[in-house]
Design a protein around this ligand. Structure first.
Ligand code: MEV
Length: 422
């Protein structure tokens, strides 16, 4: 995104859907095809859907919104989010506005290194086999590279090898190959490497070959983000203290950590879905990493610092700006244009920032008025929409041929207020 573009668009939520789209269009981030796609209401032609997966009978839609106010590594970013849960987009935008007052989010992502696993059972002497594998490192990496020549030509390829003995008694070991995958999420590349090196690994170890597949616990592909907020921005020192206490609660209790992390993933997943990422892989990696110390812990933490709070998060994040549905899905292409990330690493930092924003918004609400007031306002809005929709269904003659597309003025007052603050 050009530096001239600001993600701070005042009163965006007050505009009708068409006006919002025109505002986004005027930023100059989207090409004609993307604008036309969004103007048609988004979605996915069934003919395209039919090529994406099996036994297709229709498509399934979600609302697509834009989170505002994000500034990530000094760049203003508009974040597309696909989510059915009310308040996720408003909450992320609100928290991003608070963080923005202190300079925005800062983060960095590791090089895009994925993990291939090759399982071996019944290895006669695991320690000796591990030593032989280490000695064959160069030929194993070369065999892996030979299977992905195009990625190697683009600067990626096999970088490292690790042998983990899982059970000396049972002769079970696993070989990890670490593969740099460029701007792809990389699952197919890594699976290709795992299958290509497996026969060689089997010959070297003498064991029985097992699985050959990526690990979603991508510990060499971590992202780290930080943010700070002032007491004033969150609504006062008392609220800030409450946020820090809520964070400590999650540190101490896995039951709370699960919900804390759910709130973090609310925003991250919504953006990941809009951007065509494999959110199941992201979720699997995030929660496995959260439990890596032997106890399930929070992905993010907020600490009291003089005059405010310092927040941080660290998690594995395998995302791509090429490959997968980025190739076929017009909505995903539009979302990628909007977010404007120039690399998978940059995208990872944006997504983790959205997670941290969602987490801050949730803790702030919980530490002040509680989550229900805002939620109920938005539920009221949803109820109003479904009542209006059933009225229309019951009286087709009054709206024949017209899609149900309520304008802002049609919403009840409480519902309108609930949208506010972005
Ligand atoms: C609801 O979707 C998410 C929260 O439960 C997260 C949290 O409790 O931190 C509000």
């Amino acid at each position: 995104m050009s530096q001239k573009v600001s993600s701070r668009i005042s009163g965006f939520y007050k505009r009708c859907l068409e006006e919002r789209l025109r505002t986004i269009e005027a930023l100059g981030l989207l090409d004609e095809e993307a604008i036309a796609h969004l103007a048609r209401g988004g979605g996915l032609p069934t003919a395209v859907a039919d090529r994406m997966c099996e036994n297709v009978i229709a498509t399934h839609a979600l609302p697509l919104g834009v989170a505002l106010n994000f500034r990530v590594n000094q760049r203003d970013v508009l974040v597309p989010m696909a989510v059915e849960e009310p308040s996720v987009i408003a909450a992320a935008s609100n928290a991003a506005r608070m963080v923005r007052l202190s300079g925005g989010f800062t983060g960095e992502a590791d090089p895009p290194i994925m993990t291939a696993q090759v399982q071996l059972d019944d290895v006669p002497d695991v320690e000796e086999a591990a030593a032989r594998l280490a000695a064959s490192r160069a030929s194993l990496l070369a065999a892996g590279d030979a299977a992905i020549p195009r990625m190697v030509a683009r600067g990626g390829g096999c970088r490292d090898l690790e042998v983990r003995v899982l059970s000396a008694e049972l002769g079970v070991l696993v070989v990890h190959l670490y593969v740099e995958v460029g701007d792809a999420m990389g699952a197919n590349l890594v699976d290709t490497v795992a299958e290509a090196v497996a026969p060689l690994v089997q010959r070297i170890t003498g064991g029985t070959l097992g699985l050959r597949i990526l690990s979603n616990l991508t510990v060499r592909r971590l992202v780290r983000v930080t943010a700070s907020v002032s007491d004033d921005a969150v609504g006062g020192a008392e609220v800030a203290v409450g946020i820090a206490r809520a964070s400590r609660f999650a540190e101490l209790d896995p039951y709370r950590a699960a919900t804390h992390n759910k709130g973090f993933m609310n925003g991250l997943d919504a953006a990941a879905v809009a951007l065509g990422q494999d959110f199941r892989a992201i979720e699997a990696g995030a929660h496995a990493y959260a439990a890596m110390s032997g106890r399930y812990r929070p992905i993010s933490a907020w600490e009291r610092v003089p005059g405010g709070l310092a927040g941080r998060a660290e998690l594995p994040l395998a995302v791509g700006t090429v490959g997968g549905s980025t190739e076929v899905h017009a909505g995903v292409r539009a979302a990628l244009q909007l977010v404007g990330a120039r690399s998978a690493r940059e995208l990872a930092v944006v997504l983790a920032s959205v997670g941290l924003a969602s987490n801050l918004a949730a803790l702030r609400a919980l530490a002040s008025e509680g989550i229900q007031r805002g939620h109920m306002r938005l539920h009221e809005r949803k109820r109003a929409l479904s009542a209006a929709a059933s009225d229309e269904a019951a009286a087709p003659s009054s709206g024949e041929g017209k899609r149900f597309a309520p304008e802002r003025g049609e919403l009840p007052r409480a519902a309108q207020q609930a949208e506010g603050g972005t």
